[in-house]
Design a protein around this ligand. Structure first.
Ligand code: GAP
Length: 444
């Protein structure tokens, strides 16, 4: 059974994810990626980027500012009731809770001290900041609450620059900030997180068709990256839970150890965004139908995923424990080996180089191979400590697809043993062909 606790421990121990500001006692809702986490998170974003921008000729990238004019957030509806969560506070210990979460769990008293709770009140999630030397109402603005708005403010610029015609998309990956009342479940709900969002601009009459299309496309993406089908499902939003901008919405949910929860939202945002930005900015963002000469605002189909939530979901999905071990011969039931069966594209380290012993001759040759592989662009690890079995175990635990052993025979035949993480099959491969062999097998 994979538990969140096991994932949190693995992440801390192996340098995947650490609590933010840890040496000062932490800062709720913030986490820092360590050396392996940087690679894993980057690989997820790269797989999304490749899918959206490289495999589609009508989806374009943008990287907009985190800081935008305050009017952007007024136009988008985020400063008003639309972007709020219901909050209840304990009258005794003053801890705060999401009222909807308490209702879901049928909790009527404070979960921490049993005290009486206040009536729910609306709490805005935008993170405020001030720009310039004077901290007054005029200098108030917000850290972006979603990356989406940076796409809409660039709609006209991009459409003109790339001469795009409907339907076309604009996507971006970047940080978003929300003053979440109850951050939690490790990196599931954070106050600073990263989104991967794509806005597909379509003619209004085609919105339903593209909504269904993108739902299916996004599900396929998860499956192609090895996520287990039984851990994924769609959940349509009921009318009363739709976001202020949405005409229709479905979540892709993942079966986390703490229940089914959203990892990505597919929304039909209708003409809300472009019409509101036209109204608030004075810039006409409508299109003209060439046949009827009538003006209309394109509808927007949005796919919105959180890079951190996906990192957590992919880690959980890949986590396997083998009781009795597989690299040891003891087969004791106390011996539990962890294998992270991450898709090869996502694995943070692609290949580990392990000289069989600490003899100078082996270490020197192994390091030469290591630097050749680095120069070939592969993310590598090197380990010459402890037994070979223990070293395999350490690599299995972080999901390294291939381990290379340079042994005494290698000195004579100029071949190394390549061991596969999942099958544990061992191949002898000529050193001269190693980087090509690895690249082919990592792509397969
Ligand atoms: N632009 C639409 C939008 O932002 P959302 O459902 O609020 O929609 C989209 O967020 C995705 O962003 C979620 O499915 C989730 O993956 C991620 N996300 C949202 N809030 C988050 C948080 N507090 N921590 C981590 N990820 C979050």
């Amino acid at each position: 059974m994979v538990t969140l606790e096991k994932i949190v421990n693995l992440c801390k121990r192996r340098g995947i994810i650490f609590p933010g500001s840890e040496i000062y006692g932490g800062l709720a809702g913030t986490y820092d990626y360590g050396p392996l986490g940087v690679e894993l998170n980057r690989n997820i974003k790269e797989a999304w980027r490749r899918e959206m921008f490289q495999l589609h000729s009508n989806i374009f990238g943008v990287d907009s500012s985190i800081l935008m004019q305050r009017r952007v957030w007024e136009a988008s509806g985020h400063t008003s009731a639309g972007f709020t969560d219901p909050l209840q506070e304990c009258k005794k210990c003053h801890h705060r809770f999401r009222a909807d979460h308490l209702t879901e769990q049928r909790i009527a008293k404070c979960p921490d001290c049993g005290g009486e709770l206040t009536e729910p009140k609306r709490f805005n999630l935008l993170v405020e900041t001030h720009l310039g030397p004077v901290k007054d109402d005029a200098s108030l603005t917000y850290l972006r609450g979603e990356t989406t708005q940076g796409i809409y403010v660039n709609y006209r610029n991009i459409k003109t620059a790339v001469r795009a015609e409907l339907p076309f998309g604009i996507g971006q990956i970047g940080k978003a900030f929300r003053n979440e009342i109850t951050p939690g479940h490790f990196i599931y709900r954070m106050r600073e997180f990263e989104q991967m969002e794509m806005q597909y601009f379509v003619r209004p009459e085609e919105a339903d068709k593209y909504f269904d299309h993108w739902k299916e496309e996004r599900l396929k993406w998860y499956l192609a990256l090895g996520m287990k089908k039984e851990n994924l499902r769609f959940r349509p939003h009921a009318k009363d839970e739709l976001a202020h901008y949405a005409r229709a919405a479905e979540d892709i949910e993942y079966n986390f150890p703490f229940g089914w929860h959203e990892i990505e939202g597919i929304h039909n945002r209708g003409d809300w965004d472009l019409s509101r930005h036209s109204e608030f900015s004075g810039e006409d963002l409508s299109e003209t139908d060439p046949k009827t000469d009538k003006k209309f605002y394109p509808y927007i189909i949005e796919t919105s995923a959180g890079a951190d939530r996906l990192t957590l979901a992919f880690l959980i999905d890949a986590y396997n424990e083998i009781v009795g071990g597989r690299t040891t011969t003891t087969k004791s039931t106390k011996d539990v080996e962890v294998v992270l069966r991450l898709h090869k594209k996502l694995a943070p380290v692609k290949v580990a180089v392990l000289p069989l012993s600490k003899k100078d001759q082996l270490i020197k040759a192994a390091k030469e191979i290591l630097f050749d592989l680095k120069r070939a662009g592969l993310v590598t690890d090197y380990d010459d400590t402890q037994s070979i079995g223990r070293r395999y175990r350490r690599q299995d635990e972080i999901g390294t697809p291939y381990c290379i052993t340079f042994d005494f025979e290698s000195v004579n035949d100029q071949k190394v043993t390549v061991r596969d993480r999942d099958s544990m099959k061992q191949d002898r491969v000529a050193i001269a062909e190693l980087s090509l062999w690895l690249k082919e097998n990592l792509e397969s």
